[in-house]
Ligand binder design. Structure first.
Ligand SMILES: NC(=O)c1ccc[n+]([C@@H]2O[C@H](COP(=O)([O-])OP(=O)(O)OC[C@H]3O[C@@H](n4cnc5c(N)ncnc54)[C@H](OP(=O)(O)O)[C@@H]3O)[C@@H](O)[C@H]2O)c1
Length: 266
């Protein structure tokens, strides 16, 4: 495994990104968490989660900021990721979105800011503007999401600084080994989203059998699969009672024979 692929040993294990920033390898995804966001973030931080993944699209950046305030933890103890879908507004759109993000978070900076997808026609312009915001310390690390190999190659051809992270959908039905291998070769950390396949595969027969054999829940097997691959892993739950279950994925392993079975057809 390369230096950008470390298997988390606990909730505070970190990976050093290509710009020297240290990022937790495990956290909470907050897509679709609305009304109880502040409470849930507080509960997650209380249970030791230290990485939170939000986005402009999720309309809960403010709830994340409120939850952090409520927890009483220092800003620097929690790593916050947010993202913005590039629009045809290019650089101006990027700076506006970042400024709203920081207001919502009630923070001078965001730890990792991602271009949410390679779209909008002015990605390079937006990325350059965000690199300036990184110089101004409004962003600690800059990354991308849903970028394929050809998008990353295009960035390199344009002479753009490599992103620190590429966040892509990863679970046994979405292995994307071409993107993962490329990112690792280039020193870009791989962050997997939807480790539970959006909740759609927890009843899958193969996963269920492996869970039964290991005396774990199917959800834990799917989350552990991502952790064991060395991906930065962010399962989402809006259910406080699942926070502990989903974070109990460190002091056991899925045997190789079962990891080899968990290569599923899409
Ligand atoms: N960059 C992108 O384009 C992108 C796209 C999608 C997601 N993401 C990020 O990745 C995070 C995670 O992905 P996701 O939200 O798509 O899906 P996910 O984490 O794969 O799955 C979440 C679903 O699984 C359920 N669940 C959680 N824990 C469970 C358990 N132990 N057993 C059974 N079911 C369980 C949740 O229900 P409850 O809430 O009821 O527990 C929810 O329905 C998002 O929140 C977001 O931060 C990024």
């Amino acid at each position: 495994m390369s230096s950008t692929a470390s298997v988390a040993k606990n909730l505070i294990s970190k990976v050093k990104l290509n710009d020297g920033v240290e990022m937790p390898l495990f956290g909470l995804g907050v897509y679709l968490i609305k009304d109880n966001c502040e409470h849930l973030i507080h509960a997650a931080l209380d249970k030791g989660y230290r990485l939170l993944d939000t986005a402009e699209l999720y309309h809960n950046e403010a709830g994340v900021g409120d939850g952090l305030k409520k927890s009483g933890l220092a800003r620097e103890d929690v790593f916050i990721v947010s993202k913005w879908f590039p629009s045809n507004e290019g650089a101006e759109g990027a700076k506006k979105a970042l400024s709203t993000c920081l207001k919502n978070l009630k923070s001078d900076y965001v730890d990792l800011y991602l271009l949410h997808a390679p779209q909008g026609g002015k990605c390079a312009e937006a990325y350059r503007a965000l690199l300036d915001c990184k110089k101004n310390k409004q962003i600690r690390s800059l990354g991308v999401s849903n970028f394929g190999v050809h998008h990353l190659e295009a960035m390199e051809k344009l002479g753009l600084e490599a992103p620190s992270v590429n966040q892509i959908e990863l679970h046994p039905w979405q292995q994307k080994t071409d993107i993962v291998d490329y990112c690792r070769k280039k020193g870009i950390a791989v962050m997997g989203y939807s480790p539970l396949a959006k909740g759609n595969k927890v009843k899958d027969e193969t996963v269920r059998k492996i869970a039964q054999k290991l005396n774990k829940t199917p959800g834990q097997v799917l989350i552990r699969w991502s952790v064991q691959h060395g991906f930065i892993t962010i399962p989402k739950t809006s259910n406080e009672s699942r926070l502990e279950e989903n974070a109990d994925v460190f002091n056991w392993t899925i045997p190789d024979e079962d990891m080899n079975i968990l290569v599923m057809n899409t």
